[in-house]
Design a protein around this ligand. Sequence first.
Ligand code: PRP
Ligand code: URA
Length: 213
Amino acid sequence: MERKELRVNTFDHPLIQHKLTFIRDKRTGAKEFRELVGELSMLMAYEVTRDLPLEEVEVETPICAARTKVIAGKKLGVIPILRAGLGMVDGVIRLIPAAKVGHIGLYRDPETLQPVEYYCKLPSDLGERDLIVLDPMLATGGSASAAISFLKERGAQSIKFMCLIAAPEGVARVNADHPDVEIYAAALDERLNDHAYIVPGLGDAGDRLFGTR
Ligand code: PRP
Ligand code: URA
């Protein structure tokens, strides 16, 4: 059977690969884990926003007038999937402070592995914004795909998905359900295990961020 090519942007920057190793390490505690997730998110946001349009402006330097560039009045939105996506928000909005933040609460039912929605609060002008959906883990892809469908039902037109670790199964699912959505992952791992955890992965991102379990 022909294997469909996975469409995902991964990151080979040494700083990203280095920090990723430490969040994978089971000895890394919640404080350091949170800091590293924030740093990784900021480094990734730098690349994910690479195609933002620019416009020319005039500025007076202490020496003379100069024509330089600023980001054109593009509206951005950052949408973390609760709970683990929250860990990525600060890093991203430190780079793009004008972005509005919307929240979608989903958890993966441990029996059925299906996403269950429990919260939603989004910017009212969703359709006018370029959205970046945040979740550290793309495992089966059920949560990401449901969140993206949810945003589209509410008028979203432009969506990128950014995660730290993706499994091939999750990338394939989002590629199939949402071919218009570009995926960015710090790493593409090997596979899912029998409990749909990513191998080698980093374990349960939400629990490691918030010190639960
Ligand atoms: C984790 C993770 C994703 C989801 C990925 O969240 O943060 O949202 O699982 O799995 P999937 O690709 O198979 O849907 P979880 O459901 O554990 O909730 P939490 O963020 O509240 O810990
Ligand atoms: N959710 C996580 O937090 N980790 C995984 O490996 C899969 C789903």
